[in-house]
Write a protein that binds this ligand. Structure first.
Ligand code: GLU
Length: 463
């Protein structure tokens, strides 16, 4: 179909799916879905030394997990004969040539250019020599006019008109040999063969664009529309890197962010929907998405915002869904028990792994006896209070919250210090300074465990 929207995400499997790649994939996907077009996944694995199967698997799994199903799938390593055909054509037409400089020579040239503060480019002396010369082992370069006065121009949907001076490019490399294309050549051939209408990618690829345009011209291909997305920045406004925290999708997944929440969050990194809404479902994002409105400036990755968005999605989960997810993160099959903890957790956690803050529901807490002490009260007084609490729980159990609270409050009055009752009980049950209400915890733990922990605390306080 002539005017069909066809876009692609083209990750290189040289690392785990990066959060920036996921955002680029999402913008491509949203644009395709908004326009009833096609979203293509292309694995760019021509660099065989750095590409690994485990990274490819991670990229595929990560995109699927996020909900970005692709319509077509390609792998560059399966397509070598296609690239060879075009490389050969360029060689035959004299538009490309073999370069026989050694790496040492090229490095030396680079160093000298740097020292002289001259142009950083390689104008190759083999360009105009008979290419039937040696054994055709040298790398292959595109012949670029070093004296050109022309500016290579293109219009970018996000950044507007962009131009580069042709003569600055030098005779850049396009393949190691006829069977081994390099990045720029493979991208240009694939975007043409796959009928890509819009190349939507990270801003870090802008400098490759003039090279790709020259290749398109040499091969007689039409130019796609270019769309360079703003980079994702850390809070200090430098490019997002490990230093700022997790950068791969898998890490966010392991921390217990929900895919719907991540999609929502990533969709707003560099794009603001017209009504300024912050919580949008996939279909609302598709509906609202507009490439023309993508911001020019870098998008700041604000983890607090992600936590907030994720918390909102956690609140929206059904009870059964939340119990399932929490039991996975708490490593427990006891769903009835998790069901009891769930209401307390739902209000407090930002991500599923925060369930670890409730570890005392799953194992006896470990704490320092100092923590049991209440203000200026003596250890004896704390022990006494715990003994009274023990008696009350032995009598009433933990299921009837109202009654239990009343008796504990009465005890507080008798001791003329509510804190002397509730503080040691909180610590005995949770081992923490900040926890949910002690009576709520006691109900979840049940009579037996509650008593056991109160007794442990009683022993500990005078130990
Ligand atoms: N393979 C490139 C990368 O991993 C992307 C190429 C492109 O989008 O043109 O960054």
């Amino acid at each position: 179909m002539a005017d069909e929207i066809r876009v692609r995400i083209a990750p290189s499997p040289t690392g785990f799916l990066h959060i920036g790649t996921a955002r680029t994939a999402l913008f491509n996907w949203l644009f395709a879905r908004h326009n009833s077009g096609k979203f293509i996944l292309r694995i760019e694995d021509t660099d065989l030394e750095r590409s690994e199967k485990r990274f490819e698997d991670d990229i595929l799994n990560g995109l699927k997990w996020l909900g970005l199903e692709w319509d077509e799938f390609y792998k560059q390593s399966d397509r070598i004969p296609i690239y060879s055909k075009y490389i050969q054509k360029l060689l035959e037409q004299g538009k490309a040539f073999h370069c026989y400089h050694t790496e040492e020579e090229l490095e030396k040239e680079g160093r000298e250019q740097l020292a002289k503060k001259g142009l950083q480019r390689h104008v190759c002396e083999y360009k105009n020599k008979d290419s039937s010369a040696p054994a055709h082992q040298g790398i292959i370069r595109l012949a670029v006019d070093e004296n050109s006065k022309r500016k290579i121009k293109f219009n970018d949907t996000v950044r507007g008109d962009i131009e580069f001076e042709e003569k600055l490019l030098g005779d850049f490399s396009i393949a190691k040999d006829v069977e081994t294309p390099l990045y720029n050549l493979a991208v240009v051939v694939d975007d043409y063969e796959m009928d890509i209408s819009h190349v939507i990618r990270g801003e870090d690829h802008i400098a490759n664009t003039p090279k790709q345009i020259l290749l398109m011209e040499a091969l007689g291909f039409e130019m796609p529309q270019f769309v360079h997305l703003p980079l994702i920045l850390g809070e200090d406004r430098s490019k997002l890197s490990k230093r700022h925290g997790a950068t791969s999708m898998i890490e966010y997944r392991k921390l217990g962010y929900l895919p719907e929440a991540l999609m929502n969050f990533l969709g707003l990194l560099g794009f603001t929907p017209p009504d300024g809404k912050e919580i949008l479902s996939a279909s609302e994002l598709i509906e609202a998405f507009d490439l023309v409105k993508v911001h020019k400036s870098g998008a700041i990755f604000d983890i607090k915002k992600l936590d907030w968005v994720n918390g909102e999605y956690i609140k929206k989960l059904s009870e059964a869904e939340l119990v399932d997810k929490l039991s996975e993160f708490a490593n427990s099959d006891n769903k009835d028990y998790i069901f009891k903890i769930m209401p307390l957790a739902r209000e407090r956690i930002k991500k599923l792994s925060d369930i670890s803050e409730f570890s005392y529901f799953f194992q006896n807490p470990d704490y320092d006896k100092e923590l049991l002490r209440w203000k200026s009260r003596s250890d004896e007084e704390v022990k006494k209070s715990l003994e009274e609490v023990e008696k009350i729980i032995e009598k009433l159990g933990t299921d009837e919250q109202g009654k239990l609270r009343n008796e504990l409050d009465e005890l507080g009055k008798k001791l003329e210090d509510r804190g002397l009752v509730y503080w040691p009980l909180r610590v005995a049950l949770s081992g923490q300074k900040a926890s949910p209400d002690p009576v709520d915890m006691a109900e979840i733990l049940g009579k037996e465990k509650t008593l056991e922990r109160v007794r442990v605390a009683k022993e500990l306080v005078l130990a």
